[in-house]
Ligand binder design. Structure first.
Ligand code: A3P
Length: 338
């Protein structure tokens, strides 16, 4: 069965009259566009970033995050896939989509064979059709939604309703290397060096960064509410993907049955979503992902090497050790280690 288009209105209330409105401070009552224009901005990445509540964002993304925070109407059964960019979002989207939709689609004629994972699970924070609307309408329930938004800036209703959140993070050294390549490939005219990216990243200045604060917020929440927040690492999926598929299925409320275990469903999911399988498909080699009118990216840009430890090929041992020291210090006492 072919997947349906994912374009259409999503449930958002009017941000100015919303009864679900969550913001209480005067600052957040300002419409996102006006507020964003007043924030500290800094150049360095492919686009200047603005700082809000300690995090750095592309201005358009922050507008959207604030709009979503004010006006998005969550449902208790929503599933949120949360990541920082370049930590394996595309992979997590493919896995979660395949697991939660496995009773609808067979592996022979699966939507992933003809659709980019980024098309199958929409982002809630990417700029779209304008105030009060998004350009996304995921099919089926529960809704699978993705975001790079820090935990503290998600609509509070998601927490009070107990929406399930899967957070995926990654060794920051590999995430940084992936980021460098993505910036230079996805944004024409950008030519960033490793040294420059490293220096910005180590100061906490990166899109959706500081990297460690983003991880820590979700980590602490996963410790406090393990039934609602599942914390995963890219490296963990790489080392035992079948086990992670089982864990994900259980967390998402659709555990694998004994019959499915016998027939190798977990292994099928792993195979279908593997880097090798996805990159061999035409849909992931040509064409473009239209996030919105002004954000269009080539399908292939979301795949590069898909390996653990590729950082050694792009930064020196000393740089690796320095970043490790910074991250260790920032995470000290939390129990989170990379
Ligand atoms: P590399 O640049 O290290 O290769 P995101 O989806 O968050 O943008 O992350 C992109 C990173 O995930 C890239 O890492 C990409 O190659 C990797 N990736 C994408 N799909 C993958 C898959 N199916 N399995 C493993 N890694 C994948």
């Amino acid at each position: 069965m072919a997947a349906q288009p994912v374009v259409g209105p999503l449930m958002m209330s009017d941000p100015e009259s919303a009864t679900t409105k969550s913001s209480t401070t005067q600052e957040e009552d300002v419409l996102p566009k006006n507020l964003v224009a007043t924030l500290p901005a800094r150049e360095g990445w492919s686009e200047p970033l603005v700082q809000y509540h300690n995090y750095w964002f592309r201005p358009g993304h922050l507008e959207r995050i604030l709009l979503v925070k004010q006006a998005f109407v969550p449902r208790a059964d929503d599933i949120i896939l949360a990541t920082q960019p370049k930590c394996g979002t595309t992979w997590l989207k493919a896995l979660a989509f395949t697991i939660t939709n496995r009773s609808r689609y067979g592996f022979i004629d699966h939507p992933l064979l003809t659709h980019h994972p980024q098309h199958l699970v929409p982002f809630i924070q990417i700029p779209g059709a304008g105030t009060g609307h998004t350009d996304i309408d995921p099919f089926g329930f529960p809704r699978l939604l993705a975001t790079h938004t820090p935990m503290s800036l998600l609509p509070p209703g998601m927490r009070s309703l107990g929406c399930r959140v899967v957070y995926l993070c990654r060794d920051p050294k590999d995430a940084l290397v992936s980021r460098l390549h993505f910036e230079n490939k996805a944004f024409p005219g950008t030519d960033l060096s490793m040294d420059r990216c490293f220096s910005m990243f180590c100061k906490g200045f990166s899109p959706y960064g500081p990297f460690w604060d983003h991880c820590l917020e979700y980590w602490r929440e996963s410790m406090a509410r393990p039934d609602s927040v599942l914390f995963l690492k890219y490296e963990e999926i790489k080392s035992d993907p079948t086990q992670v598929v089982r864990k994900l299925a259980k967390f998402l409320g659709v555990p694998l049955t004994e019959e499915e275990e016998r027939s190798g469903v977990a292994q099928e999911v792993v195979r279908l979503c593997s880097f090798e399988a996805l990159t061999s498909l035409q849909v992931n080699q040509v064409g473009r992902v239209h996030f919105s009118d002004n954000i269009v990216m080539s399908n292939s840009v979301f795949y590069r090497k898909g390996e653990v430890g590729d950082w050694v090929n792009h930064m020196s041992q000393e740089m690796g050790e320095e970043l490790d020291r910074i991250v260790q210090h920032k995470l000290e006492g939390s129990g989170l280690v990379f």
